[in-house]
Design a protein around this ligand. Structure first.
Ligand code: F0G
Length: 484
């Protein structure tokens, strides 16, 4: 039980209570449904291409959008501007040492920049990188260096509805079998904390320990993507008996101690910007170090402004506060429970990062080749002004014959940046999704009209396969009248 859950309501209602107050606000605007239709059309049915002027609640991502604390903003004013040897970098290194227990630090401008440096240093043509699950930028960086990815989740981890508390666990038997056959081609094992693309699902400490053992047995590096480690640590405390009474600090240190290299996107983990790679092994540090001035900048700023570095230092320490890292998961759980009450298919158990709606369950009449998750993201924006993100086949790639590699899951991700939304806004999301579910037969598929070859989901443009967006808008008007 954490501080948030310790507060019980006399009414018996079970709602997450904010353990912060709002002191800086930004005005929002909800454009009418007709304007939303024009906007999503102009954006090529890709929510990445919407402008925030057209968006009411921006649930695209938590990346760079978590609310900052007063302490972070204060620290930003005391930054030490220097190309080399900045005190801000010293403060960031001290914070990484305290929170992740690593001594050698390489600063980078964001998470994928860390991936560029790590995979360029350790992956070569023909290599295979086993992991619990890939992230889009991770896969792209491994492939660009000539490597391949194999995902070794347990068989039930991709089941939408589940009570497996640790769907992000690596399947140890599969890992062992894979290494016995192909170990010579494996430079490293990668574990992603709060496995993003399968719904922000955590792995357990017990599982990470097992992976470490195997890494030692086969003499292979273990790399931990800690971009969402705060939430993973929170779930370990909530769900793993051994850690019920442990502090988040100790859990974070315990997780990082098991990895040779830890890297992260500060846009997520520390509610700031930037990122870093850290290790306690000087020979690994030396190997990666040469690439930082080449791609990022000098070794004491790595493409970040000193203000970002200060905000990272403070934000990392705040990651050890359960009321900070527990805020998104508690709101996500609330929304997941409400949607389940309406029979709307969502990924369970509720994870970190966001609420993930199962688009194949929501829109079973749309073939995967017509992108149900993309269609759901576009339809939901149209009926609500809320911007979510497609995490399905649009976010996948094509094979060598030009066919879509169909994604394991088709999800609409509604991200919960930390401490940004209020409960009434979450209730609005529930209400509009519920309405859309009653009109789901109206939603149709999408097809690409402009398709970049790499990371196509960012800039790709699609169109509706029929006039379904107009018909959905008319249904909205018929039911809601003048309401926005
Ligand atoms: N690893 C994970 C697990 C991530 O979730 C992300 C980013 C990255 C690496 C790359 O970091 O964006 O700073 O370069 N996830 C964002 C998201 C983009 O919306 O889920 P980055």
């Amino acid at each position: 039980m954490n501080e948030i859950q310790k507060i019980r309501f006399f009414s018996g209602e079970n709602i997450p209570l904010e353990m912060h107050k709002v002191r800086v606000v930004q005005k929002l605007h909800l454009p009418p449904v007709e304007e939303r239709l024009q906007a999503i059309r102009r954006a090529g049915f890709n929510t990445f291409l919407l402008n925030t002027r057209e968006v009411y609640l921006d649930m695209l991502t938590d990346s760079g959008t978590n609310a900052m604390s007063d302490a972070q903003m204060g620290a930003m004013m005391q930054a030490d501007d220097a190309y080399a040897g900045s005190q801000s970098f010293e403060r960031m290194s001290t914070a990484i040492g305290e929170v992740f227990g690593k001594r050698y630090i390489l600063p980078v401008h964001q998470g994928r920049a860390a991936e560029n440096i790590i995979f360029q240093s350790f992956v070569k043509t023909g290599d295979i990188v086993p992991m619990n699950y890939h992230f889009t930028t991770t896969l792209a960086h491994i492939q660009i260096n000539g490597g391949k990815v194999v995902e070794l989740l347990a068989d039930d981890a991709l089941k939408i509805k589940s009570d497996n508390p640790f769907k992000g666990n690596m399947d140890i038997a599969k890992l062992r079998a894979m290494l016995e056959k192909q170990g010579a081609s494996v430079p490293l094992i990668r574990m992603e904390a709060s496995t993003n693309l399968i719904g922000g699902q955590p792995f357990s400490m017990a599982n990470l320990r097992e992976v470490r053992k195997i890494a030692d047995e086969f003499g292979i590096l273990l790399v931990l993507d800690a971009s969402l480690i705060g939430e993973n640590a929170y779930f370990i405390k909530q769900r793993e008996e051994e850690f019920k009474k442990a502090s988040i600090s100790d859990i974070l240190l315990g997780m990082c101690a098991l990895a040779d290299i830890v890297y992260f996107s500060s846009r997520k983990v520390s509610s700031s910007r930037g990122g870093a790679i850290c290790t306690n092994r000087p020979e690994l540090f030396e190997k990666m170090k040469v690439l930082v001035p080449l791609y990022e900048g000098f070794l004491t700023y790595g493409g970040m402004s000193v203000r970002e570095i200060e905000a990272m230092a403070v934000g990392l320490r705040e990651t050890t506060d359960e009321t900070v890292i527990g805020q998104s998961p508690s709101f996500i759980r609330y929304l997941v429970e409400r949607l389940e009450a309406h029979q709307i298919p969502v990924v369970t158990p509720a994870g970190g990062l966001g609420c993930h709606v199962d688009a194949m369950g929501f829109l079973p009449h749309i073939r995967q080749q017509e992108y149900p998750a993309g269609a759901l993201a576009a339809a939901f924006y149209l009926v609500s002004g809320v911007r979510g993100m497609e995490r399905g086949t649009v976010s996948s790639i094509r094979d060598e014959h030009g066919n879509d590699i169909l994604s394991d899951a088709e999800l609409l991700r509604l991200a919960f940046p930390r401490r940004v939304f209020t409960l009434s806004q979450v209730k609005y999301v529930e209400d509009r999704l519920h309405w859309l579910y009653t009109k789901r037969d109206l939603v149709g598929g999408l097809r690409f009209v402009e398709e970049p070859t790499v990371l196509r989901f960012f800039m790709g443009r699609l169109e509706a396969v029929s006039d379904w967006p107009e018909r959905l808008m008319e249904a909205f008007r018929a039911d809601f009248g003048d309401s926005l």
